[in-house]
Write a protein that binds this ligand. Sequence first.
Ligand code: CP
Length: 303
Amino acid sequence: MRSLIDIKELSTQEIDELIAVAKDIISDPAKYSEKCKGKKLATLFYEASTRTRLSFEAAMYELGGNVLGFSSADNSSASKGESVADTVRVCSGYADIIAMRHPKEGAPLVASMHSLVPIINAGDGGHNHPTQTLTDLLTINREKGRFENLVVGLCGDLKFGRTVHSLIGAMARYNNVKFVLISPDELKVPSYIKQELDKDGVEYVETRSLEDAIPELDILYMTRVQRERFFNEEDYLRLKDTYILNMSKLEKAKEDLSILHPLPRVNEISVEIDNDKRACYFEQALNGKYIRMALIMKLLGVE
Ligand code: CP
């Protein structure tokens, strides 16, 4: 039995295989409509979500399976003090696979130690969000046709943004990828991630200026400032609108730039960008359903 807690648990070959299956699902969804017939997915979400929870549920329905679960700690017995370990032990008797989101880093790892079925980390605090990264990789693959030889800009809250941490971990394994880390000083990428990039000889630069960085980018990954992870509201209010991507900032960008965002968006991408051919974020959200279908099948051992 295998869980997915951190994107680094997947080999490059496995990521390639998941992407190939997701693309096949996109081209022929009917072929997959009964692959998980009789199987159940439990979504145990202790923290708010729209895309991740609903795309997991849509993925299981489209595979012919069923879903059960809860969408916040308040409407589960966690509100009465039940531990993650006990909840998972019980729910793994009700479902064949579990997707869990939790505000505490490491909670899905703890869950995997007590579960009788595979656990998928659907986002744990500021740590990791591996299925978002698979979504991002499928989007980059469909947009660019490759992962190598790309300049990837990551902009916004690089400190608390778990999708950023996972994506750097995944993209760093490909040849000639350069990261441009665009953030205010207070929201820089954590040191442990930069140490890993240094150790692996991966090129990166840090800057505060989106305007200066944008001309050389192939991918621009915008992120929301993560209000829920701030210790005080004053700091959040001061930093929340540091970067707002609008048409005037795009003037110096490449014609084939791909703009990604894990969503939800607050102010960081102006809605005027939505109809620009470089905007990929709504397609990216849809890709999340297909790659989660591929992952559910893999972890359930479905051919
Ligand atoms: N991208 C993402 O994780 O979105 P949700 O918080 O809506 O699931």
